[in-house]
Ligand binder design. Structure first.
Ligand code: IPM
Ligand code: MN
Length: 372
């Protein structure tokens, strides 16, 4: 019996290629693991009406961790589902399986470290080292959305909200409602995770990202809780910024920032911005984490136009594998993997097209494996 069971979820598009690259380095490290394939992605939505089939959910209930590649997320309305023969008449609406997975397994932490590895020609500035904690289950991602708006909802909103009265006179199919729901408990958990991380790794500051000047109810709640939680961590400085200003300040002086914590959507946006500052999506790695299960992935998508070309940079996924090793408690292996990756970046001999080279996806993995 292997020490670990790892669910292996390539998904579709370039997800398949980048996970192949991750397997090369994990095999070289001799991680004592059994990798179990799981079906997920666009293909299964088309075939079965479910992009995240029950058998894959069952698999995730029985593993220590998972590696996930990427999936094609398309906004599909019922009318479009009618065009897929297998789904005709089912009224199904496609929802992103990764978002569902985060919610189903309460993977409430989305951890996104953004580090500028020395010698990466794509670094915006050298020495950037920012860690994003993104709340991963609530907020505008909660999936409570209406288009068209049901009459009952229009009635309640008209009754409860004066400014809303202008909309309420409109026909129900003339507007749409997406709700942003943030709980006290969910906000506190992600904020504590950020402060605990700062304490454990000797980080100096946690910056809370929000838009509480306008979105008072939900972001106001998030910010209030952050101020309370911060009192338990007197050695760590806390500050906060509105999401819009934050994007400017990050570009102006990234060295002012250390650990960031944000509700789901702002965390999504800001982590792409910071990933670009350390080399782009080819370097953005991500962990979806709870106490029981963690799913690691590159933060890029399935890039259908590059699918099957073995062209894209696998480093984001290899760094996600490093995060998995750390989470499993295999820190020594994780450190070795990061060091080997940093060496390949610094040497600059083997590079994918995004870094100005012409090497293929698996050649990068092999170059890293060589140094392990
Ligand atoms: C990410 C992605 C996902 C998200 C998409 C694919 C649903 O952008 O992991 O950041 O919005 O969370
Ligand atoms: Mn994203």
């Amino acid at each position: 019996m292997s020490k670990y069971k790892i669910a292996w979820l390539p998904g579709d598009g370039i997800g398949i290629e980048v996970l192949e690259a991750a397997k090369i380095v994990l095999n070289k490290l001799n991680l004592d693991a059994e990798y179990i394939h799981g079906d997920i992605g666009w293909e299964f939505w088309c075939k079965e009406g479910d992009a995240f089939p029950q058998r894959t959910i069952d698999l995730l209930n029985n593993v220590n961790a998972a590696m996930f590649g990427a999936i094609t997320s398309k906004p599909v309305k019922t009318a479009e589902a009618e065009l897929v023969p297998e789904l005709k008449g089912t009224g199904l609406i496609y929802r992103s399986p990764i978002v569902r997975m985060r919610q189903l397994f309460n993977l409430y932490i989305c951890l996104r470290p953004c580090k500028a590895y020395p010698g990466n020609p794509l670094n915006f500035k050298e020495n950037i080292d920012i860690v994003v904690f993104r709340e991963n289950t609530e907020d505008l991602y909660c999936g409570v959305e209406f288009n068209p708006v049901p009459q009952e909802l229009a009635d309640v909103l008209t009754k409860l909200s004066k400014p809303f009265a202008t909309f309420s006179k409109m026909p129900l199919d003339e507007y749409a409602v997406s709700t942003k729901i943030n709980t006290k408990k969910g906000s506190e958990k992600i904020i504590r995770a950020a402060f605990d991380f700062a304490r454990k790794f000797n980080r100096k500051k946690v910056t809370v990202v929000h838009k509480a000047n306008v979105v008072r109810a939900t972001d106001g709640l998030f910010l209030d809780i952050a101020k309370e939680v911060a009192k338990d961590y007197p050695e760590i400085q806390m500050d906060d910024a509105n999401i819009d200003a934050m994007t400017m300040w990050l570009l102006k002086n990234p060295f002012n920032y250390d650990v960031l914590v944000a509700p789901n959507l702002y965390g999504d946006i800001i982590s792409d911005l910071i990933a670009q500052m350390v080399g782009g999506l080819g370097f953005g790695c991500s962990g979806n984490i709870s106490e029981k299960l963690a799913v690691f992935e590159p933060s890029h998508g399935s890039a259908p136009k590059y699918s099957g070309m073995y062209k894209v940079n696998p480093i984001a996924t290899i760094l996600a594998a490093k995060m998995m090793l750390d989470w499993l408690g295999e820190k020594e292996m994780g450190d070795r993997l990061e060091k080997a990756t940093a060496e390949v970046i610094a040497e600059g001999k083997i590079r994918t097209y995004d870094m100005g080279g012409s090497n293929k996806t698996l050649e990068i993995a092999e170059a890293i494996a060589e140094k392990l």
